[in-house]
Design a protein around this ligand. Structure first.
Ligand code: WT7
Length: 653
């Protein structure tokens, strides 16, 4: 293997690639074809951010142009004020009008191996019919529509059909439980739920409709449930309420006029975990969000017409919204969409897909990369990955070892890696290298995107140049969240309460002496399990909901593959004895309440929890116990003896 980045005579082993200060400049042949190669883009955007954002907004079609780029009354922003636009129109009609109707939009592969190759024309027809079907069910502009789906093309159609009508979608990840789905539908007061009879995962059917039925039983706002047929799973259809998608669209017309939306009309709500048990309905609007995702998809992934893009996220997360549906489709990209698990039927499924569809731009999560590392390179044997040109990662900090593995074994040392930091709230990528310009460093997300003003601040808002602190963003950007659905106070206090007029993302960060940014993970009580946000409170509430549990404390514990795993400390009620059976029951209970991703990895039974004298649980100490570290400062503890007994228990478990 040749490597331009390796000094002569030095073999490219993981050890010698792994040098903190080693830079990986954009490979020459990549740079030669890259869309952005001129460093001056950063200075220009800084000098005139408004002109920068306008240049990206102008790549979209507007029914009416804006009369003001930004109206910023912290913490409320309005972008492209007075502009009229439709997100679905920009993802479909615009390309068809430009003669690209026959271009492939989605190369879909189901887990069992079935496939569909869909052109922009195909997607356009399906979305128009779906939108007309929803109209027949009474869906209008501003209505909320919940989507609870497997990774099938209809999930994207459903989102785009809502956008076409101006209805607000709220997608709930298909792995979420009855309670999680019900809470989200109720919070959003959704009128229609779109789901499927099931989806395939590791060779089994996930019974989405059964879960949906139980959830909807507690949702008065739901008038109809639309069901996509994906499996042969037997399901119940409730007369008058439930309707098969196939019947709904059978006679629907292929033409449905796109609703001209105000730039600031809501496009979607997406729930994310916060530091309390109640998830936050993050609001994104139309014009700014579309500008942000369309610009960043093109720039960060250096998207060319001939590219085959593949983002392995689920549409239930923001990554699926921004980098499967709206970003790639706004750029008329051709992309792979895959329904199932990476290890089914075997651990090389992703590599087989890359080979089959000749994927050139691949975007996945560090947790997946660490799983691939663990499974070993033997799974790469016989898979041709030579179509790859660029690799991306998102979801949590990537450890340098995983970065190097990705670079060496998946990218054959010729693909730039874009480590992209962003959030549900930011809507689009905020910190990431531009692959034709910025030299990368394993584990560093490098620098903010053009026109993004990211700073490092300490508790009192003083700026730190080199060293660690809190990440802060002190100027607005088009795809920023506009609020929390139904809770303006929480929006202000969660994101804008720490420093004046400055956004607080909740992440720690440090800058090294070369000016590179290193994201350090969450500083609040939000865990990142396999790149997904789960709050400690949410899991604690699920645990105390069980009859055996009196009190619990939950911490994120470092995990080799998932980044963090959930560690729970539980005090049982009188009359319940700790046993493996109860432990299993509690794990199951949490998975049922929230979803399988929230299942604790360990549960330690205890009679007491370390608390300050004011009664606040000291999670930092529990984390020390769970990770087997020397204990930090215990002087504020009401009863320091508690920890010793906990430590003993932990080493037995
Ligand atoms: C949190 C946001 C953005 C889509 C997926 C997660 C962490 C995300 C990175 C990265 C270090 C990262 C942060 C952030 N995060 N990307 N490249 N490096 N940390 O969306 O569920 O809203 O989670 O994910 O902690 O705050 P989300």
């Amino acid at each position: 293997m040749t490597d331009e980045n390796t000094a002569p005579g030095q073999p490219a082993t993981v050890e010698n690639l792994l040098n903190e200060n080693r830079l990986f400049p954009p490979p020459e042949d990549f740079k030669a074809k890259a869309l952005y190669t001129d460093e001056s883009i950063y200075a220009k955007a800084l000098a005139d951010p408004s002109a920068y954002w306008v240049s990206h907004a102008e790549r979209l079609d507007w029914f009416e142009k804006w009369n003001q780029v930004l109206d910023w009354r912290p913490p409320f922003s309005r972008w492209f004020v007075g502009g009229k636009i439709n997100a679905c129109y920009n993802c479909l009609d615009r390309h068809i009008n430009a003669g690209l109707g026959d271009r492939l939009a989605i190369l879909w592969e189901g887990e069992p191996g079935d496939e569909q190759r869909l052109t922009y024309n195909d997607v356009f027809k399906a979305v128009n019919k779906f939108a007309n079907g929803l109209k027949q069910l009474g869906v209008k502009k501003g209505d909320r529509i919940a989507i609870y789906m497997p990774m099938v093309p209809e999930a994207a159609y459903a989102m785009l059909a809502c956008a076409r009508l101006g209805a607000i979608h709220t997608v709930v990840f298909g792995g979420f439980s009855v309670d999680s789905l019900r809470d989200r539908i109720n919070d959003a007061q959704a009128k229609v739920l779109i789901t499927a009879d099931g989806g395939w995962r590791r060779g089994k059917v996930v019974p989405l409709k059964d879960t949906a039925d139980q959830a909807v039983a507690g949702c008065e706002s739901i008038e109809h449930v639309v069901v996509i047929k994906r499996t042969e799973n037997e399901i119940l259809m409730q007369d008058g309420r439930d309707v098969w998608y196939d019947d709904l669209v059978a006679s629907a017309s292929e033409s449905c006029a796109p609703e001209p939306m105000d730039s600031e009309d809501i496009l979607f709500i997406l729930y994310t975990s916060g530091t309390t048990g109640k998830p936050k309905g993050i609001i994104h609007t139309t014009g700014g969000y579309m500008t942000g995702v369309s610009a960043t998809t093109r720039m960060v992934f250096d998207l060319h017409d001939e590219d085959i893009f593949w983002c392995t996220a689920d549409v239930g997360w923001i990554t699926g919204h921004s980098y499967i549906v709206y970003g790639p489709m706004a750029n008329a990209a051709t992309q792979v969409m895959y329904e199932g698990s990476p290890d089914y039927p075997e651990r090389n499924r992703f590599w087989k897909i890359i080979e089959k569809y000749k994927v050139s731009k691949f975007y996945t999560a560090p947790t997946a990369i660490r799983a691939f590392m663990k499974w070993g390179v033997k799974w790469l044997e016989g898979c041709d990955l030579s179509s790859l040109k660029l690799l991306g990662t998102v979801g949590e900090p990537i450890n340098p070892e995983a970065w190097i593995w990705y670079h060496k074994f998946i990218g054959a040392e010729k693909c730039p890696i874009v480590d992209t930091w962003w959030q549900t709230e930011t809507g689009s990528i905020m910190i990431s290298p531009l692959p034709g310009i910025v030299a990368t460093k394993p584990g560093s997300a490098t620098r903010p995107m053009p026109a993004i003003s990211a700073k490092i601040l300490n508790e009192v808002g003083e700026e730190i140049q080199v060293g660690g602190g809190f990440l802060a963003i002190d100027t607005p950007w088009p795809s920023m969240l506009r609020g929390i659905w139904g809770d303006e106070e929480r929006y202000k206090s969660t994101y804008w309460g720490r420093w004046p007029d400055t956004y607080f993302p909740g992440d720690g960060v440090k800058r090294d002496s070369d000016g590179y940014l290193w994201l350090l993970g969450r500083v609040d009580d939000v865990m990142l399990v396999a790149g997904h946000n789960i709050s400690t409170m949410e899991v604690e509430s699920a645990l105390v909901d069980h009859e055996a549990v009196a009190e619990s404390a939950v911490v994120g514990v470092t995990d080799e593959v998932k980044g963090q795993a959930i560690g729970a400390f539980v005090i049982l009620r009188e009359g319940f004895d700790d046993s493996d059976e109860i432990r299993q029951q509690l794990m199951k209970h949490v998975a049922e309440k929230i979803g399988a991703i929230a299942r604790p990895k360990t549960i330690i039974f205890t009679h007491d929890l370390p608390k300050t004298r004011s009664g606040k649980i000291m999670r930092r100490l529990l984390r020390d116990v769970a990770e087997g570290r020397a204990l930090g400062d215990v002087t504020t503890l009401a009863d320091p003896g508690v920890l010793n007994s906990l430590k003993e228990k932990y080493s037995d478990s």
